[in-house]
Unconditional design. Structure first.
Length: 213
């Protein structure tokens, strides 16, 4: 059995959080609004990718309910087991999205809700480029993060120490644009998770489209 120090930090963290993460974050109004924005723009029976799919709720569940297919990818086996049980109509895979082969022009929509924060800046930029290429031309992507000009900074998340890397808001928009995405709109808010070990945190949502050209 692999020791924790040999596993991706995100797997260790989210294995430990399990359903507490859903309770704390699944009702976030801006997250739900971003999902609604994406669903309104998807074609019928769209093929979608949920990066960092967590417990499957609310993202995969909402997409399935709207009549779309979902491939969810998460590095945490605990989260994948929860998601498979809670949203059995979706296809969930346990693995690191950085290692998963992605066919070009293969998804109508992609969701990336707060799943980049334990990657380096170079990894975040490279993955965003790969996800943009995996979109069909004209496809849509929702990208959410905690905007902050920090690299490998230790923070406390839901009562647990983690190391996080992010970008200031304008720099994060630059990452999306450099990946070949058009940022159609952005939404900034502050959300207070429903957890005694968490405090208010800034959230940034980018609503993007891959050029049809």
């Amino acid at each position: 059995m692999r020791q924790d120090n040999q596993r991706p930090p995100a797997a260790v963290l989210f294995d430990a959080l399990g359903p507490d993460y859903e309770k704390a974050f699944a009702h976030a109004p801006a997250h739900l609004s971003a999902l609604e924005w994406l669903i309104e723009r998807l074609p019928p029976a769209a093929r979608t990718l949920d990066v960092g799919s967590g417990t499957g709720r609310p993202t995969a569940s909402a997409l399935i309910e709207a009549g779309h297919s979902v491939l969810g990818v998460d590095v945490s086996p605990v989260m994948v087991e929860l998601a498979t049980r809670q949203v059995p109509e979706a296809d969930f895979r346990c693995g690191d999205i950085r290692d998963l082969p992605l066919d070009a022009d293969s998804f109508d929509g992609v969701c990336v809700f707060f799943s980049l924060l334990q990657m380096t800046r170079a990894e975040q930029a490279a993955l965003t480029r790969r996800l943009a290429l995996a979109l069909k031309p004209g496809g849509h992507l929702v990208l959410a993060t905690v905007p902050a000009d920090v690299e490998d900074m230790e923070v406390v998340f839901m009562g647990r120490p983690v190391r996080a890397t992010s970008f200031a808001e304008e720099d994060f928009i630059g990452v999306a644009e450099a990946a070949g995405l058009t940022v159609l709109s952005r939404h900034s808010t502050v959300f207070d998770p429903d957890h005694r070990g968490a405090g208010p945190e800034p959230h940034l949502f980018l609503h993007c489209r891959r050029s049809a050209g």
